[in-house]
Design a binder for this molecule. Structure first.
Ligand SMILES: NC(=O)c1ccc[n+]([C@@H]2O[C@H](COP(=O)([O-])OP(=O)(O)OC[C@H]3O[C@@H](n4cnc5c(N)ncnc54)[C@H](O)[C@@H]3O)[C@@H](O)[C@H]2O)c1
Ligand SMILES: O=c1ccn([C@@H]2O[C@H](COP(=O)(O)OP(=O)(O)O[C@H]3OC[C@@H](O)[C@H](O)[C@H]3O)[C@@H](O)[C@H]2O)c(=O)[nH]1
Length: 390
């Protein structure tokens, strides 16, 4: 069947482009590559140090209709002379590369700062010098803490959205003190945002900045001891999935009182596709991409994941499904946290007409189905081997 000509939000035909995607082998990159290969004529130069999460798109050789549209280049952008050439070959560069797991921010602050600021500098420079468009992935964490979190605990103003809704072009960036090294990541992300913005203002760089609000779904991070280091500490979805798979209580840091809004990766990828294919509407903008309707405390997330996992696995829940742990014990010295992350959706609605669709329960059901199908056997084997040798 002849493919229907794809048009942008203003009805103009969409020209096939070449995209240099740095960090394409990661969680978001793997879903973005899937979408681009299966639904568009665009080409992807996929740059990363790993490709496990996109192997299914690359192998077997020439077996896919898109084989001639995706190339994997194994490289570390810290020091690789091929980087500028690959950016010059593309029409658009998307930079996803980062150390972005909170357990690293206060324990590996130098690596975190280098990864999220220093290593991104050449990418911005090459894009600006070669007049190439850049979509850069920042984070909702650049907002840090809400203004409301500094009000007295019982202040009614804490209920006033002016004190907690996060707006791209108005909200301040509020971080803890320097010894709270958790904020090394958010501060590095803030400074690279400011550098990109300045390249736009002074040298005309065409840029879009994305601030993801806790995107979750299949292939996020790793399960410790199965497809990642046993002592590794991934982000909360993988931590809780690991606990459920191993039939351990979920660990609630400082009682799990922090709040988050979670958006399904497949909804979020739709937003990125709109940015890619509507440059006139996306250039010079910073976009919150999240789901304000999916707000829970971490404790509520743990309770919901426990309920969903009972349904998905058929295993009964534990007598003690959760335990409280201190942040010092779980993350170490220098941890601090965002209290609440509600994205204002005005700009992304106006510019791109995007809204998330999937409820937290539904996204957890599809994600935990994936986790159980992918890991349950391997975890059972690991546990029986561990008990055999102990
Ligand atoms: N997933 C989220 O909810 C979320 C939220 C906020 C911000 N972000 C941002 O989105 C981006 C992608 O996040 P993700 O969740 O896919 O993380 P991820 O860790 O799964 O992906 C990052 C990828 O970048 C690669 N990478 C890192 N340093 C590199 C280097 N020097 N050279 C080459 N490749 C390198 C890694 O190998 C990895 O594959 C990051 O910039 C992150 O800060 C993600
Ligand atoms: O086992 C766990 C893991 C995490 N948590 C808590 O769960 C919350 C979420 O923790 P995550 O590790 O998912 O990461 P955060 O949401 O704090 O930051 C993340 O969000 C946006 C991106 O910038 C990054 O990917 C990361 O910084 C935190 O309050 C954390 O303390 C637990 O209570 N128990």
């Amino acid at each position: 069947m002849a493919s229907v000509a794809r048009v942008d939000l203003d009805g103009n035909p969409i020209k096939p482009i070449t995209i240099c995607m740095i960090g394409a082998g990661g969680f978001i990159g793997s879903h973005l590559c899937e979408k681009l290969m299966s639904e568009t004529p665009h080409k992807v130069l996929a740059l990363d140090v790993y490709n496990d999460k996109i192997k299914h798109l690359l192998e077997p050789e020439n077996a896919h209709p898109w084989s001639d549209r995706i190339q994997f280049h194994r490289l570390n952008i810290k020091q690789d002379s091929r980087l500028e050439g690959l950016i010059k070959m593309a029409d658009l560069t998307i930079n996803l590369a980062a150390i972005c797991t909170p357990a690293d921010y206060n324990t590996r602050p130098l690596d975190t700062i280098y990864s999220n600021f220093i290593d991104a500098l050449p990418v911005v420079k090459y894009c600006s010098e070669n007049n190439k468009r850049l979509i850069h992935f920042s984070t909702c964490e650049v907002y840090g803490k809400t203004i409301g979190s500094y009000l007295p605990k019982d202040s009614p103003l804490r209920q006033d959205p002016a004190y907690y809704v996060l707006k791209e072009d108005e909200s301040p960036c509020i971080f803890g003190s320097i010894e709270k090294q958790r904020w090394s990541y958010a501060c590095a992300k803030q400074l690279i945002e400011r550098l990109i913005y300045a390249e736009g203002a002074e040298n005309g760089l065409e840029f879009t900045i994305v601030r993801p609000f806790n995107w979750i779904g299949p292939r996020m991070d790793f399960i410790p001891g199965i497809d990642g280091p046993s002592e590794g500490v991934p982000r909360v979805l993988a931590c809780f999935s690991n606990n459920l798979l191993r039939r351990e209580p979920l660990k609630l840091v400082d009682g799990g009182q922090s709040q988050r809004t979670f958006v399904y990766i497949k909804d979020a990828i739709e937003a990125v596709m709109l940015m890619i294919e509507n440059p006139a509407r996306a250039n010079s903008h910073i976009f919150n991409v999240g789901n304000p309707n999916n707000e829970v405390t971490v404790r509520q997330l743990g309770e919901m994941m426990t309920e969903v996992y009972v349904k998905v696995s058929g295993e009964p829940k534990l007598e003690t499904p959760t335990i409280d742990v201190s942040s010092q014990e779980f993350y170490g010295v220098g941890y601090d946290d965002s209290d609440k992350r509600i994205p204002d959706m005005t700009i992304i609605n106006k510019q791109l007409g995007w809204n998330p669709k999937t409820s937290l329960w539904d996204l957890l059901e599809s994600t935990l189905t994936y986790q159980h199908r992918t890991y349950a056997e391997a975890v059972k084997k690991a546990i029986s081997q561990a008990s055999a040798t102990s």
